[in-house]
Design a protein around this ligand. Structure first.
Ligand code: N01
Length: 547
């Protein structure tokens, strides 16, 4: 059955819960609140369709780096049984079809209002409700406000002088035109070589007349080894769904593999190389699971980094290009490690050139292209910004969220985000942030992190309703201890050593440098959250309103 999305409700309609965003998180949150708890709930979604990040990110080569059988909801055996992925890593259109299928299968659309961007959400302690206004002027209220806005949804478009003078077309990968972009016969410049840029390069290169890649920070990448899924694998994944779910829920990163329990120095140099060769041949994110200490011991990490730099030199034939691509300045996997389908190979094409922005930074954009500080103007018809996102906080701070006494979230987070468990902010009662800063989120396979948060929030609301409680708020001292713990967890790893990573907010000028995701591991985090519940929602103040 396919129902239509909801239209605007009557002015001032009071819901039990409002959810912002209809991606992986918002869809499942709606299902839990409406169908399991019987709440009146509505999702407000800025896009013209469901899908969240997969609705917007339609750039060439857009594909998930998690393997398809793990990039799925695991809450419904029927859904697992009925859906068939076609490739090892799902492409954007297939993920979008999946999320639309979920919306239809669970009849979610009738409570999702599309093309509705939330402009402000203010908590009023007089009535213990969130007062929400959309950009189109509708006003609603709700007891609970749940953000499902995604960690990587607020585009980071660098402020490069002259962009407004550019005579060609330009696009950010996170807001790609639905009709696609025709690169045939065009000179294309791409800024950015993160996970997105690395996916886009080979695809753009295959149709553009010429592609110039502007690289600021060289990056590691591991071949994805994407391929159609065999019928045998599909049968295996369905038959073993329970085991796959158990593995994903019991490990650090939410992926369906376990990190090997051996140090890089437990084996000889030759054995280590053989292990890396096998992982390279297998492809994918599992490479980082080769040894347990790759993210905690710099010397161990150096062995992987050296192996991967050598691979770049072997693949890329032009020694100048190879040198620029292999001049990586951070330990392996301390920035989100990309996987690719022919990224380094693309630099062997005659129509692909590489500009090292460390040597010659961008000076400005001219009407005809990009000029670097060596005075060279690179002529371009199209500029692609694969420059990432104002990650983890951008999408939240773009909404005017105010808590008790009108406190703006922007002010509460002036020095960086401060949350309890990444779920709540002191001073903002009944506001839950799915995969918020301070939770594992982007360091975990996202659907696994999302399901845990969504279920925790739904259970919490069910607990409150069963006891006649109507207000929950993180206590300031619990927030303080959690922020400290998040910092400790990051410091126990090499992750903060990539000083320019978006994990630290360093990609956005002026953003406070705080390590935002929780690096203690998903399994440990899951236990911590369960412990908080077992101890009567320790660290939260729960009360009945009015008191
Ligand atoms: O963004 P990024 P992304 N001048 O921030 C460069 C997820 N994802 O969109 O490193 C020149 O990683 C910047 O350079 P530097 C995944 O979690 C998931 O690629 O700051 N260059 C960098 O090279 C990923 O991590 C999937 O020096 C500038 C690039 O732009 C996250 O999205 C697939 C610049 C930005 O890299 C973000 O990835 C794809 C400037 N002014 C992505 N500003 C899945 O599998 C920035 N750069 C689900």
């Amino acid at each position: 059955m396919t129902s239509r999305e909801a239209g605007p409700a009557a002015e001032g309609t009071a819901f039990d819960a409002l959810v912002i965003g209809a991606g992986f998180a918002g869809l499942y949150q709606l299902l839990c609140l409406r169908d399991r708890l019987g709440l009146s709930a509505r999702v407000l979604e800025a896009g013209g369709g469901v899908g969240g990040t997969w609705y917007w990110n339609r750039y060439p080569g857009a594909r998930c780096d998690s393997e398809s059988h793990s990039y799925s909801y695991y809450f419904s055996d029927e859904l697992l049984r009925d859906w068939n992925w076609s490739e090892r890593y799902p492409q954007q259109p297939e993920i979008l079809r999946y999320l639309n299928h979920v919306a239809d299968r669970f009849d979610l659309r009738r409570d999702i209002q599309l093309n509705t961007r939330v402009a402000e959400a203010h908590y009023d302690s007089a009535d213990n409700r969130w007062h929400v206004r959309t950009e189109t002027g509708e006003r609603y209220t709700a007891t609970f406000l749940i953000t499902a806005v995604g960690c990587l949804s607020s585009a980071n478009i660098p402020d490069i002088p002259g962009l407004d003078q550019f005579a060609g077309d330009w696009y950010h990968t996170g807001g790609w035109p639905h009709e696609g972009v025709d690169f045939a016969g065009k000179r294309v410049g791409q800024i950015g070589t993160g996970s997105t840029g690395i996916q886009a390069v080979p695809v753009i290169a295959s149709t553009a007349e010429h592609l110039t890649v502007f690289q600021r920070t060289a990056n590691y990448s591991i071949p994805a080894r994407n391929a159609p899924l065999t019928e045998e694998f599909k049968r295996w994944a369905k038959a073993n769904a329970a085991g796959i779910r158990a593995t994903m829920r019991s490990n650090t990163n939410g992926h369906p593999f376990v990190i090997e329990n051996r140090s890089a120095f437990d084996v000889s140099d030759a054995e280590r190389d053989a292990i890396y060769e096998a992982a390279w041949a297998k492809g994918g994110l599992q490479f980082r699971a080769s040894f347990r200490d790759l993210l905690t011991d710099k010397a161990a990490n150096d062995t992987a980094a050296a192996f991967l730099r050598e691979k770049i030199r072997q693949v890329v034939q032009d020694p100048d290009k190879a040198g620029i691509l292999a001049a990586i300045d951070h330990p392996f996997a301390t920035k989100r490690p990309p996987i690719d389908s022919g990224y380094f190979e693309a630099f062997n094409r005659d129509n692909v050139s590489l500009v090292d922005l460390r040597r010659t930074p961008i000076e400005c954009i001219t009407p005809n292209g990009i000029r670097t500080t060596d005075g060279i103007e690179h002529p371009l018809d199209i500029i692609v910004f694969a420059t990432g996102f104002d990650a983890m906080t951008g999408a939240l701070l773009n909404i005017d969220i105010r808590g008790r006494d009108g406190l703006p979230l922007r002010q509460a987070w002036e020095a960086g985000p401060r949350t309890y468990l990444g779920l709540q902010v002191a001073g903002f009662p009944n506001l839950f942030t799915i995969t918020g800063p301070g939770s594992p989120s982007v360091l975990c396979n996202m659907p696994v992190a999302i399901e845990q948060h969504v279920e925790w929030i739904a259970d919490c609301i069910a607990h409150m309703r069963a006891r006649g409680l109507t207000r929950i708020e993180a206590k300031p001292d619990a927030v303080g201890s959690w922020v400290e713990h998040v910092n400790e967890a990051a410091s126990a790893t090499l992750l903060p050593q990539a000083g320019h990573s978006w994990y630290l907010g360093a990609n956005v000028p002026g953003k406070p440098r705080v390590f935002m995701p929780y690096a203690g591991g998903m399994a440990r985090y899951r236990e911590i959250c369960a412990g908080v519940v077992a101890r009567g929602y320790e660290g939260f103040a729960l009360e009945r309103f009015p008191g």
